[in-house]
Design a protein around this ligand. Structure first.
Ligand SMILES: [Zn+2]
Length: 85
């Protein structure tokens, strides 16, 4: 199975956390490695890859404001950011 690790803001634990993304036939399973929140998204492989790529881009953009995001690399890594706006 193809597993990817991507930093995403989790709706459950409200932290930026490393998500495990497992590609499946008709989409992908997302799992927060901090709180265990899990959800699937459906789509073609192409759409799924685009979604993952967009999430990575979004994390890079957010990291300009919150460099802590760059430290989120391994399963279990997470950080709660103080809002700056
Ligand atoms: Zn979470």
């Amino acid at each position: 199975m193809d597993t990817k690790l991507v930093p995403i803001k989790c709706n459950e634990c409200k932290a930026w956390a490393v998500f495990e993304i497992n590609l499946i036939n008709n989409g992908a399973n997302f799992k927060c490695t901090h709180c265990g929140n899990e959800f699937p998204i459906e789509g073609t492989q192409k759409q799924t890859k685009e979604t993952i790529s967009n999430l990575r881009k979004y994390a890079k953009i957010e990291a300009q404001l919150y460099p802590e995001i760059l430290n989120l690399k391994n399963p279990g890594d997470h950080t709660i950011l103080s809002e700056k706006d």
